[in-house]
Ligand binder design. Structure first.
Ligand code: AKG
Ligand code: FE2
Length: 358
């Protein structure tokens, strides 16, 4: 998720095979490097039933309007973001067929032969491109996933050599998607401020006009041992907010709430929006950046598309003055380049947002 280099730790040589290539061999076990040990993961058992998280469904059209119902929707938004830290956004203005096309393109990309995908391979030390988990230490437990990471905006920061030309309409549709998300992002940031009785540009101003949107296409191949491996290890996002287009049929995302893991349900055509650490900081901890992870599946593959909305590294982020008072003392410092900070902590297995605590 970083934009500027260096990230700090040096990246080690990637695994010789992608997870998809490993899965294609069809063994009944997963290699050692992917196995989470009960004693060091702190994750609890993976082969149990998890309760379903009640993620509030929010109508973005209503949020943006000034009708009498919008107040109710704003209350719902505030309550969702201050408890589970995420919402299922509907009525967001992106046609359902468009989302289906995008999901299909993502699936088609990962279904291409390895040699074709490897034309877009991430280079060691870089963040953009196709590949598997970045390895930063010998004892890092790897995630059961392959990815395609791309900077979406601003347009001049795109590195087109990493943008697939196959499937043919990939670039065009992804470009169109990024334009549509920009509109949604603004609606959300304004509504978040209004829901806290703040002037509507308070978050937008801190977010700044030099921010970037970065996307991660996540592909989770079938995993023979869902009880031992995770698709993505527990983390909170270092973004301001993240917009996730889930697979339309296969679940896998889980959110930690009150020390318990919950499954995040699929809501057709909804975008799952979650608070990232930088909005948690701006709201002085009122909105929660949820810890989440992805479990694997022994029967079906899963493809998702996450878009991280990230303020420019020079942008100063801090709690909004009006949210600090005697009962809610200031929790977070002013931070800059949060994403670099994020990586240093993440690798030590700590919650990066702790680095911003006063
Ligand atoms: O694939 C998912 O459901 C979530 C992925 C995720 O958390 C991420 O890419 O940061
Ligand atoms: Fe995430």
């Amino acid at each position: 998720m970083a934009e500027a280099q260096p990230l700090g730790p040096i990246e080690l040589q990637p695994q010789p095979k992608t997870v998809q290539e490993l899965a294609a061999i069809g063994g009944k076990e997963v290699p050692e490097r992917y196995i989470r040990k009960a004693d060091n993961s702190g994750d609890g058992a993976l082969d149990v039933c998890f309760p379903v998280l009640d993620v509030p469904i929010i109508d973005l059209q209503l949020l943006a309007s000034s009708s009498s119902n919008s107040g109710e929707e704003l209350d719902k938004l505030r309550s969702a973001l201050s408890s589970c830290g995420c919402i299922q956004a509907v009525n967001h203005g992106i046609p359902g067929e468009f989302l289906v096309t995008l999901q299909e393109l993502a699936r088609q990309f990962f279904a291409l032969p390895s040699e074709e995908k490897k034309k877009y391979s991430r280079e060691i030390g870089g963040i953009e491109g196709y590949g598997n988990d970045m390895i930063l230490s010998e004892n890092q437990i790897l995630d059961w996933t392959d990815r395609l990471y791309l900077i979406l905006s601003p347009e001049q920061k795109r590195t087109l050599k990493f943008w697939p030309e196959n499937p043919e309409s990939f670039r065009e549709i992804l470009h169109e998607y990024s334009m549509k998300l920009q509109v949604i992002l603004e609606v959300l940031l304004k509504a978040m401020a209004r829901s806290l009785n703040l002037e509507e540009n308070q978050f937008l101003q801190q977010y700044g006009d030099q921010a970037t949107m970065q996307t991660r296409f996540n592909f989770y191949p079938i995993c023979p041992r869902p009880d031992l491996a995770l698709g993505v290890k527990p983390h909170a996002d270092g973004s301001a907010i993240t917009m996730l287009l889930q697979d339309k049929e296969v679940e896998g995302l889980q959110v930690l709430k009150d020390d318990q893991w919950f499954n995040v349900p699929i809501v057709p055509q909804a975008l799952l929006i979650n608070v990232g650490d930088q909005i948690e900081i701006m709201t002085n901890g009122i909105f929660k950046s949820p810890v989440h992870r992805v479990v694997t599946n022994s029967e079906r593959e899963r493809t998702t598309l996450a878009v991280f909305c990230i303020p420019h590294p020079d942008q100063e982020i801090q709690p909004v003055e009006d949210l600090i008072n005697e009962t809610n003392p200031r929790l977070y410092k002013r931070v800059k380049d949060y994403v670099s900070l994020y990586f240093q902590y993440y690798q030590q297995g700590r919650r990066p947002i702790e680095a911003a605590l006063i």
